[in-house]
Write a protein that binds this ligand. Structure first.
Ligand code: HCA
Ligand code: CU
Length: 439
């Protein structure tokens, strides 16, 4: 078995919690519309691992027999990908309760993300324990796990940390830091601001200079992205994110939005070995699981390459940089990546044919076309176009036709999925860019 102590954490470790925090989204309460079955969960975990995520948070297997079963299936796909992508760690989100802990260990979790509310609100209305009682129960539990399972990755989070005073946080953390690998400091209700985040990270680093910190920022004020950026820059190594920022209420930080902003800020150290060109394909894959398009507010989205105002279109066609400042193609918002990313599946083919090429197509047909496309793509020569192949299959073998768009609307939109000649960061994009003009 691979051990955490043999792993050197990168400057930024994403802890993806799409399958835990993301599953708490209110969207998923509409079970008829949105539901992650085991196949979806495995596909999501697989995509994350291929993307370069090394830590995936899952529900405690104690939550339900279904979660337990799903945990095993995700573990199996993780094991399958080890030869190709190296080890990824599966972390179970567990209450500070021996039953949760035992179930996670039995399921073969690599680590435990333990949490308990520390703020006065959580103490009064959630579990009813005061700080001393919390310390008296959590400390021996952690001590015991550390002793009996020395290779487990242990994290302790004081839930609602941003409504907990620093003194109270320190009172608890001081007692448990000898037993954990990192401490979490979640902004459970989304009240933190970039200033309070920077201050908090600074004081935690001062008090626990050798311990890694983990952030978790909710988006109630729309600050989850900027708070996470601020925290990373202030020295927080681990950041909880989800795909498309899905989570409880308005969610948490979106993974691709965070990485994209670090890239724009030329903070390349923090991007070590993430497969950035897979960013848009992974967003598309996940959006299709929610039966949605990638939301227009998502920074890594096609919408950011869509121009509709006449004045913008004219200037844009003369020079794309007039209305596009950022290298979206580096994040896979390009035709070749949408089709040929390592994550290509039927949903990307469906999205591409329907949303980008305007074909009249249903999901079942998209699945059949994908199968043929995947079989044949290996026979393409270096100068053959995958798009052309896909369109030939769609039109010649499935008789698909395009939705006819009235002329007055046709000219209303321009998407140029090609290089954006703004600065030096786009140089490499010229080699790989494929242009797509919809006009
Ligand atoms: C929850 C709350 C949580 C936990 C975060 C953590 C939060 O749903 O259990 O364990 O660090 O936002 O506080 O997501
Ligand atoms: Cu949360």
């Amino acid at each position: 078995m691979f051990l955490f102590k043999d792993y050197t954490p990168r400057p930024l470790e994403i802890i993806d919690t799409t399958l835990r925090e993301g599953s708490q989204s209110s969207l998923l309460h509409d079970h008829y519309k949105y539901f992650f079955n085991q196949r979806d969960k495995v596909e999501i975990a697989r995509a994350l691992i291929i993307f370069g995520v090394k830590f995936i948070e899952l529900f405690s297997p104690h939550v339900s027999p279904r979660e337990k079963d799903d945990f095993a299936a995700i573990k199996a796909i993780r094991d399958e990908l080890i030869m190709q992508k190296g080890y990824s760690f599966l972390l179970a989100h567990v209450r500070c309760h021996p039953d949760d802990v035992a179930a996670a260990i039995e399921a073969g979790a690599d680590g435990l993300n333990m949490y308990i509310g520390l703020s006065a609100t959580a103490r009064t209305y959630s579990h009813g324990k005061d700080l001393l009682t919390i310390i008296r129960s959590v400390r021996p539990l952690l001590e015991d796990i550390r002793k009996n399972h020395p290779n487990l990755i242990l994290r302790f989070s004081g839930e609602d940390a941003f409504r907990t005073s620093e003194d109270e946080l320190f009172q608890v953390y001081d007692e448990i830091v000898p037993y954990v690998d990192r401490i979490g400091t979640p902004d459970t209700v989304g009240i933190a601001t970039p200033v309070s985040v920077a201050e908090r990270v600074r004081s935690l680093r001062e008090r626990y200079p050798t311990l890694d910190l983990e952030g978790h920022f909710h988006d109630d004020r729309g600050f989850s992205l900027v708070n996470a950026l601020e925290a990373v820059k202030a020295g927080m190594r681990y950041m909880d994110t989800t795909l498309l920022g899905l989570g409880d209420r308005s969610g948490i930080t979106s993974m691709t939005a965070l990485l994209y902003n670090l890239y724009i800020d030329k903070d390349y150290d923090h991007l070590e070995s993430y497969h950035l060109r897979g960013a848009y394909p992974i967003n598309v894959m996940f959006a299709s699981k929610l039966k949605k398009l990638v939301p227009s507010k998502e920074p890594v989205s096609l919408t950011n390459r869509t121009h509709t105002a006449g004045v913008h279109q004219k200037a844009f066609l003369n020079h794309a940089s007039t209305y596009e400042a950022f290298p979206l193609d580096q994040f896979g918002v390009s035709e070749s990546e949408v089709l040929l990313g390592p994550l290509s599946g039927w949903n990307i083919v469906y999205y591409f044919l329907k949303e980008i090429k305007y074909y009249n197509i249903d999901e079942a047909t998209a699945r059949q076309i994908t199968k043929l496309f995947k079989d044949r793509i290996y026979n393409l020569g270096p100068d053959d176009s995958p798009t052309q192949l896909l369109i030939e299959i769609a039109e010649d073998e499935f008789g698909l036709t395009r939705i006819s768009i009235p002329n007055q609307f046709k000219d209303n939109i321009v998407q140029l999925m090609t290089e954006v000649p703004t600065d030096e960061t786009t140089e490499t994009s010229r080699e790989t860019a494929v242009s797509l003009k919809r006009k």
